[in-house]
Design a protein around this ligand. Structure first.
Ligand code: SF4
Length: 313
């Protein structure tokens, strides 16, 4: 059995995050086609005990003390298992014990059980909660997330909204886009749901690690931009694109290139915005040509306007 406490690992969303894998096996309420943990072995919506909660919390606190002795600081203790963390019936107790020791806690959930009151109450203990909104149309949701047959997307969305309205911590949403799917109608629907959920930040993501199903591809840049713009029209700057792995990026590049690349990795830029950044730095548009030549960025036309976007590979 693997260790339930791992890291810390760097995360753009959570800083330095100590990971907790509070689920055994791959046990999940979803079987997402893009899951980097492979196919779900046990598809369930039944909550149960996986570890002794005191033992798990002690493991975390012990690890944190060790790290502190080495002068290492962490930003969050993050429940991010190979499966759905809220299937653990003791997750609230575990989070409370860690939080009471003065540590910040986060959980990366798919949100599919938030229609249950006890799950809302347990996830409410965390300082930061991330939930998944990949699709809102039942057909698309079933195709991408391959949920447990008893789940209904309408009920899940209501549960997420209800959680959001009573939650005092930081709420983030994740929307993973996959290739070969027509998002032209879904984009607006996702944006509408995200507006109602009202997260502190909404991440639009693309698969960057080997997916559960080999046929899964990243979406086209056009699709990425379309969904980004639809969500931005509702949430403004709270929408962020994540389309690269989180570690070790851009280190070998010149400053302005690096700056532009960092920005377009999270916010596609209109060409006039790029020009403005370059003007402020006293640079020239050669920087853009270089990024395009190196295959790191591309210029695409969307809704009659030119954008500079991070190129997907
Ligand atoms: S919800 Fe998360 S763990 Fe479960 S199948 Fe989807 S990506 Fe994998």
């Amino acid at each position: 059995m693997s260790e339930p406490v791992f890291g810390p690992v760097p995360s753009r969303r959570l800083g330095r995050s100590l990971g907790v894998n509070n689920i055994i096996g791959k046990t999940c309420s979803y079987n997402c086609i893009y899951c980097q943990a492979g196919r779900t072995r046990e598809l369930t919506i039944e909550r149960r005990k996986f570890y002794d909660p005191e033992w798990l919390a002690d493991k975390v606190l012990h690890r944190v003390s060790e790290l502190e002795r080495n002068g290492e600081k962490i930003d969050y203790v993050t429940f991010v298992p190979n499966g759905e963390p809220s299937l653990d019936i003791n997750i609230g107790r575990e989070a409370r014990a860690i939080r009471d020791a003065g540590l910040r806690t986060a959980v990366i959930s798919n949100g599919s059980l938030l229609w249950m009151e006890d799950v809302r109450s347990d996830l409410g203990v965390f300082d930061l909660v991330s939930v998944k909104v990949d699709a809102v149309t039942p057909r698309l949701w079933r195709m991408i997330n391959r949920p447990h047959p008893y789940l209904e997307i309408k009920e899940i969305i209501e549960g997420i909204k209800q959680f959001s309205h009573g939650y005092r911590g930081v709420l983030i949403t994740e929307t993973m886009l996959v290739g070969n799917i027509d998002y032209s109608e879904e984009a607006g629907r996702i944006a509408e749901v995200l507006e109602a959920v009202d997260p502190d930040r909404a991440y639009i993501m693309v698969p960057v690690r080997p997916p559960a199903e080999k046929h899964v591809r990243p979406p086209s840049t056009h699709t990425l931009l379309m969904v980004y713009e639809a969500v931005r029209s509702r949430l403004g700057d709270r929408v962020v694109v994540l389309q690269r792995p989180e570690e070790g990026e851009f280190t070998a590049l010149g400053d302005l290139e690096k700056e532009i690349l960092s920005i377009i990795s999270v916010h596609p830029l209109r060409i006039d915005q790029v020009e403005e950044i370059i003007r402020r730095h006293g640079g020239s548009m050669d920087v853009v040509d270089k990024l395009v030549e190196k295959g790191l960025a591309e210029i695409i036309v969307y809704n009659g306007r030119k954008y500079l976007v991070r190129k997907m590979h």
